[in-house]
Design a binder for this molecule. Structure first.
Ligand SMILES: C[S@@+](CC[C@H](N)C(=O)[O-])C[C@H]1O[C@@H](n2cnc3c(N)ncnc32)[C@H](O)[C@@H]1O
Length: 283
């Protein structure tokens, strides 16, 4: 095993080579405050690969990783995956009480019994399953519609958790009691999303910094991309939000996290107020 002292051996010179590559491939921005975190994660990869010298690791990822497999393995370690069900409740209320009924009537007016929701940067899937529960609660007829909630993330370990649909206490702590009972089945200390709800969610491996992959994402009624773009800088944030604009149908909504603003990177969306909450719509 390579000693954990490898953390100290990743020089500034090697980091200066690695950080732009991470930015270019993943859109993730590592500033001074996050350097120690990055060093520990690179050291972990080096230990797994039994590489002792950071220069060899950086050389390998630069010149000997044509399929991006090592960059993907590193991505699995350097993303922040904090999430839980019913996070940012007031935003979900705006979605449930206003956006969703409006989107469903618009679809119905066109004779389309279809709904497409995208949880972009879904981590282990709690957000996507929250949206699935809300769709079923607000719209019990969803069973006879073609409803899909795409749950995408770059982190393969997280996507395995989405597919398992099994969660610990921490993930479900904010689930309202009536929802917990209806949509989750208790299994010892854990909760499993009930089959009818789980069936609405489709995991997808997708790098939000991959413009070509994003072009294939089309026809969405609503996109949730919460607490993801905080790890991007303004340039890559703008590229992602522009792609979201193209992925949405006219009348579609985008929800970002509380600390994130669409207005900072584009004027393409229109701001709408529902109760106390502001949402962005593509008109
Ligand atoms: C903090 S979690 C947010 C989870 C959920 N949206 C929420 O608000 O609770 C951020 C997620 O963004 C994902 N992510 C970061 N960079 C990404 C990229 N370039 N492409 C796709 N997903 C990315 C991470 O893997 C992580 O799971």
């Amino acid at each position: 095993m390579v000693a954990p002292s490898a953390v100290a051996e990743i020089s500034s010179e090697q980091l200066e080579r690695l950080i732009p590559q991470i930015y270019q491939k993943l859109g993730l921005h590592f500033d001074e405050k996050k350097i120690y975190f990055l060093k520990t994660r690179v050291a972990k990869r080096m230990a797994a690969l039994r590489i002792e010298n950071a220069r060899d690791y950086v050389f390998m990822i630069t010149y000997a990783d044509p399929a991006g497999l090592e960059m993907q393995a590193l991505a699995n370690l350097i993303t922040t995956n904090e999430t839980y069900m019913f996070r940012e409740y007031d935003q979900l209320q705006a979605f449930a009480n206003h956006c969703l009924p409006e989107l469903l009537s618009a679809r119905l007016a066109r004779g389309e019994k279809m709904l497409r929701v995208w949880s972009a940067g879904c981590s282990s899937g709690e957000e996507a399953y929250t949206l699935a529960m809300i769709v079923q609660e607000v719209f019990p007829e969803s069973g006879s519609w073609d409803c899909k909630i795409i749950a995408s993330d770059i982190d393969e370990n997280m996507l395995r958790k989405v597919a398992a649909a099994r969660y610990g206490q921490r993930s479900v702590k904010d689930v309202p009691a009536e929802y917990k009972h209806k949509y989750l089945a208790e299994d010892g200390d854990e909760y499993i999303v009930r089959r009818r709800t789980a069936a609405l969610v489709q995991p997808l491996h997708l790098n939000l910094h991959d413009r070509i992959a994003l072009r294939a994402m089309k026809g969405f009624d609503v996109i949730f991309c919460r607490n993801v773009l905080i790890y991007f800088d303004d340039i890559s944030r703008k590229a992602v939000v522009d792609s979201f604009y193209n992925a949405l149908r006219p009348g579609g909504y985008i929800f970002l996290g509380h600390s994130e603003s669409v207005g900072r990177v584009t004027t393409a969306f229109t701001l709408k107020r529902f109760d106390n909450h502001l949402v962005y719509v593509k008109e």
